[in-house]
Ligand binder design. Structure first.
Ligand code: ZN
Length: 105
């Protein structure tokens, strides 16, 4: 899971590099309006992707914290242990399948 976290952090860095707003040429070459619009859209898309990855890192952080507190593998809602099969699939899962379904309703 630490690996996964590192990967996600790298992903954020990569995405930030792709963000036209962080392009050093951005300020100097701002003549064409349609270029600017394209950059806006590109920026919004990348920002949304970064937020997604950040959320994932947060979930992983939470799971790691729980491992430290020996609470890992227990549902945060019903406190029952989460099946190993589910943890293998989603290591950072905070809820058992039943609770997750309940929360998504
Ligand atoms: Zn539960």
């Amino acid at each position: 899971m630490e690996e996964e976290r590192k990967k996600s952090l790298n992903q954020i860095e990569e995405l930030q590099k792709d963000d036209p707003f962080t392009d050093p040429d951005h300020i100097s070459d701002n003549a064409a309006v349609d270029t600017d619009v394209r950059e806006q859209v590109g920026h919004a898309t990348i920002e949304a992707q970064i937020n997604d990855v950040k959320k994932r890192v947060e979930e992983i952080d939470n799971a790691l914290k729980k491992i430290n507190k020996n609470q890992y593998g227990y549902c945060e809602r019903c406190k029952k242990s989460t099946p190993q099969a589910r943890l293998k699939l989603i290591p950072e899962a905070s809820f058992c399948i039943d609770c997750e379904k309940h929360l998504r309703k």
